[in-house]
Design a protein around this ligand. Structure first.
Ligand code: GAL
Length: 674
């Protein structure tokens, strides 16, 4: 069994992507000196090095990598060594142009960037296996090796390829999944619009069509693309396990990315030895620290609650947004420690030294263009020291208060065309529910709809459009056994083939919610609707309303306007020992809080007293003890009430009664006594 933690690391991982091939060797010596100064413990090497390692087919040149890894080793820096299979060399694509991926519209990408790979290509698969085997044989037992980093961010920038090789591979996948063409016809509902197939050979990838393409076909194609990338990951992983026993294998995820619609991280989490994640702040005017917390919670959940590792984030601005602001003073450390609070055993960056050339030269790094007489460098050195004092946190687990149900496949299905309203966005619902829980100071685990929910007093289900019968039974059992569930509109609608469940909506959730939905009635752009409670209080919904018919559920909030006026807007259903809430319109995070407040009451989940907004308090606990992380995102000092006393690890100060957290800072209390 390979280990799950980077081999040979004693404390938390600190470092970044290191690309020595971009620099003359004299610079490498300065690099390792500065790495030591900053307390760097591990770097990721070789992610894009294929063209250097194999300059011609079958001609391997390892000199540069030997020297770089040797130098790192001499300086006590551990190596996360990549297989460079995200960037095949020019000679490879010259020989195998069919291995460049093709868009839905039939355009084949060109060489000259990265990641334009067709994962079904037999030539690509053979070449990737060969370079992986070479690396594993050469470095598999190298004393500096801590972790294998396969590929880079599967699914980005190309989430699926639509070429002829993929068409053939898709047919094989369909045969394995369904057996016969009749089963495919049934699953895809091909009786509609005359799409019936007489044989599997007639089936093509869901390429561009004049109007909406069969949604079940598209959903299956996303599953196929996901499975195909995972085949390539596991092929590389198995080579590494065979030739480099005991060294964990990872590939860097992007769990919170909303652009990629073909990576089911629940499935990927089961295949890696250590879950690692890349996270970048999206500066679109929303609260970036909430998005960060959500990404970290999602990543931990994909890891089954075990510690994971933040493999990339940025020291300051990125370079791929329309506008790329620098991070504010202290923000980098706060971001890093917020990830650590939520289960990351370290903080790594893209990248070590800011590039002078190429597409990412304006992306920040640990060593900026400005050099070491700079704020970024001073903060990098400070963070290294801080992480050094948190070594004992490694291996402990974050404690969650509530869960959110999340399913990538449901999300892909929901993003297809011709839904009742284009203003409805499943990801937005998840973000808003998360934000409401965050503002209640609850730490959230994410759960698969068919996963075990019994540990959580409160479970929220934002827009679970695709809900299997099994998921419906699971949610019902959760409530019957005493759980409190909060479900938002457009959940429980279709099965795994995007077919509407038989009978009235929400087919898979009718029983647990104690209601049916007779019709959806989405609102016009910008239109709002008031909902009122018996005590006269009011909330405002937008985007969506519907005609809800209770069958056992009680109406708690009623539509005061719109077509559904007078009908139930929010309901509550007592079932067995538990309660299921249903919210049939879109409420913003603030208004959702009112509903969550009532649901938290049902769940007997006491509010956390005395914590200001934007002060995060998260606990990690394990063999070495219990640690309370307090992250202050505000511009004023915060006082976090304590019911224990302990030692603050970053300052060494003792704390009892309360923990003072300066504006923008983080404090980590080792609890000495409960
Ligand atoms: C990541 C990628 C890195 C770098 C970074 C920039 O998605 O893995 O190689 O491009 O983005 O933010």
């Amino acid at each position: 069994m390979p280990d799950t933690a980077p081999k040979g690391l004693k404390g938390l991982a600190y470092g970044g992507d290191y690309n020595p091939e971009q620099w003359p060797e004299e610079v490498w010596h300065e690099d390792v000196r500065l790495m030591r100064e900053a307390g760097v413990t591990m770097v990721s090497v070789g992610i894009f090095s294929w063209a250097l390692l194999e300059p011609e087919p079958g001609n391997y040149e390892f000199g540069l990598l030997d020297r770089a890894i040797g130098l790192l080793h001499e300086n006590g820096i551990r190596v996360d060594l990549a297989t460079p299979t995200v960037a095949p060399p020019a000679w490879f694509f010259r020989a195998h142009p069919e291995a460049l991926s093709v868009t839905r519209e039939g355009m084949r990408y060109a060489f000259g960037s990265r990641g334009a790979i067709c994962h079904s290509s037999p030539a690509y698969r053979a070449a990737a296996a060969a370079i992986t085997e070479q690396l594993a044989r050469r470095y598999g037992t190298h004393p500096a090796l801590a972790l294998w980093h396969v590929h880079n961010e599967y699914g980005v920038p190309v989430s699926a390829c639509y070429c002829e090789n993929c068409a053939a591979h898709f047919r094989r996948w369909l045969e394995r999944t369904y057996g016969t063409v009749d089963e495919v016809n049934e699953a895809w509902g091909t009786a509609f619009w005359g799409q019936r197939y007489a044989s599997l050979d007639e089936i093509e990838p869901p390429r561009a069509t004049p109007t909406v393409c069969n949604p079940a076909q598209r959903l299956d194609y996303a599953r196929f693309a996901d499975a195909t990338m995972r085949e390539n990951f596991t092929a590389e992983r198995d080579i590494l396990h065979r030739l480099s026993p005991g060294v964990p294998v990872t590939t860097n995820f992007m769990t919170a990315l909303s652009q990629c619609d073909t990576v089911d991280y629940w499935a990927w989490g089961r295949e890696v030895d250590l879950v690692t994640n890349d996270h970048y702040l999206i500066t679109d005017g929303r609260r970036t620290h909430v998005n960060l917390a959500m990404a970290a919670d999602l990543t931990r959940s994909v890891a089954g609650g075990a510690p994971w590792l933040l493999l990339e984030h940025s020291t300051s601005g990125v370079s791929w947004q329309p506008r790329n602001p620098a991070k504010a003073p202290g923000e980098m450390a706060r971001n890093s420690l917020a990830h650590v609070a939520r289960g990351s055993d370290g903080a790594m960056f893209f990248q070590w030294r800011q590039s002078r050339r190429g597409a990412e030269k304006f992306h920040s790094a640990m060593v900026p263009h400005a050099g070491t007489d700079s704020r970024v460098w001073r903060e990098v050195v400070g963070l290294g020291a801080g992480l050094g004092s948190l070594a004992a946190v490694r291996g402990t687990r974050t404690v969650a208060d509530a869960a959110m149900v999340w399913d990538w496949q449901s999300w892909w299905a929901q993003n297809l065309e011709w839904r009742p309203s284009e203003d409805h966005d499943a990801r937005e619902r998840a973000d808003s529910f998360y934000e409401a829980l965050y503002d209640r100071h609850l730490t959230v685990d994410f759960a698969h709809p068919e996963g075990d929910l019994s540990a959580y007093p409160l479970v929220v289900v934002p827009a679970l459009y695709l809900t299997t019968e099994a998921a419906g039974r699971n949610l019902r059992a959760y409530v019957e056994n005493g759980g409190t569930l909060v479900v938002s509109y457009f959940s429980g609608i279709v099965d795994e083939h995007d077919a509407v469940h038989d009978g009235p909506h929400p087919g898979a959730l009718r029983e647990v919610l104690g209601l049916t939905v007779e019709e959806f009635s989405p609102l016009g752009e910008g239109e709002r609707v008031r909902i009122t409670a018996a005590d006269g209080s009011e909330l405002t919904g937008d985007v969506w309303t519907e005609f809800v018919v209770p069958h056992g559920a009680e109406t708690v909030w009623t539509y005061a306007g719109g077509l559904a006026a007078g009908g139930p807007a929010v309901t509550r259903h007592r079932l067995g020992k538990g309660t299921a809430w249903y919210v049939s319109t879109r409420l913003g995070a603030g208004d959702l809080d009112t509903i969550l407040d009532a649901a938290a009451g049902d769940a007997r989940l006491a509010p956390r007293a005395g914590l200001p907004r934007d002060v995060e308090v998260v606990r990690r606990t394990g063999e070495t003890g219990s640690y309370l992380f307090a992250v202050n995102h505000t511009a004023t000092e915060a006082k976090v009430p304590l019911d224990a006393h302990g030692t603050e690890l970053l300052t060494g100060e003792l704390a009892a009664g309360h923990l003072g957290v300066p504006a923008g800072a983080v404090r980590v209390l080792r609890i000495d006594d409960a």
